[in-house]
Design a protein around this ligand. Structure first.
Ligand SMILES: Nc1ncnc2c1ncn2[C@@H]1O[C@H](COP(=O)(O)OP(=O)(O)O)[C@@H](O)[C@H]1O
Ligand SMILES: [Mg+2]
Length: 209
């Protein structure tokens, strides 16, 4: 039986459809065609990125970070079918909770990023739009720009993206990012030091460009 699917989001790279898998609410993330690319290359790139994203989601789960359960990966249709997280995006709640709650959530974000980084998983687009609070856990989504990379530079850059996202979206709460780093350090210990220094270096580089 075909299920009716409703588009809940349409981005530049992918669309998200509300779907069903067996009896579970699911979403399908489908990479869309880029008309400017040669057909054959477009097919290759879309299926490669679909595969890479699914792999990173699995690696993230193994590192102890909550991610949607993957139900199916269909490379022919560039689609990952996954658990529908019926929660709220961090972007939409972080500005509307108490300071105590905000601190708790930010520390949790930092702990999760540390778990990813300790396994050399770079998310690639850490913003509060790509985190969903569901079942009391912060779930990370959207590993489409991610990679496996053990370099300090890659980890620092990953955190720097979040720093800038905070400055743009949660600018009323300038200590948010400090709480993230507290959580990050609590897991990575001294390994965090060179990565945090790298963030400072990246900020300076940007200033003098
Ligand atoms: N598993 C999911 N459960 C609930 N909502 C989701 C899920 N995956 C994606 N979304 C929603 O769709 C949006 C876009 O998905 P995302 O993977 O971030 O795509 P993009 O790469 O285009 O940013 C998310 O910000 C979120 O609101
Ligand atoms: Mg996204």
């Amino acid at each position: 039986m075909a299920v009716k699917k409703k588009i809940i989001y349409r981005g530049a790279e992918a669309e998200i459809l509300l779907s069903k898998y067996m009896n579970y609410k699911a979403v399908e993330k489908r990479r869309i065609e880029k008309g400017y690319r040669i057909k054959e290359l477009d097919h290759k790139l879309r299926s490669l990125r679909t595969k890479e994203e699914a792999k990173l989601m699995i690696e993230a789960r193994k590192s102890g970070v909550a991610v949607p359960i993957i139900y199916d990966v269909d490379l022919e249709n560039y689609t990952i079918t996954m658990e529908y997280l019926e929660g709220k995006r961090l972007k939409d709640i972080l500005n509307n909770v108490s300071e105590k709650e905000r601190k708790k959530l930010c520390k949790m974000i930092g702990e999760n990023i540390a778990r990813l980084h300790s396994n050399n998983i770079i998310h690639g687009d850490i913003t509060t739009s790509n985190m969903i609070l569901f079942d009391d856990k912060i779930h990370f989504i959207d590993f489409g720009l991610g990679e496996i990379n053990s370099e300090i530079e890659a980890k620092g850059t990953d955190l720097h993206v979040l720093m800038e996202a905070f400055e743009a979206t949660h600018f009323k709460y300038p200590n948010c990012f400090d709480y993230v780093l507290q959580g990050y350090k609590s897991i990575l210990k001294e390994e965090a030091e060179p990565i945090i220094r790298k963030i400072e270096e990246i900020v300076k580089r940007g200033r003098y460009r």
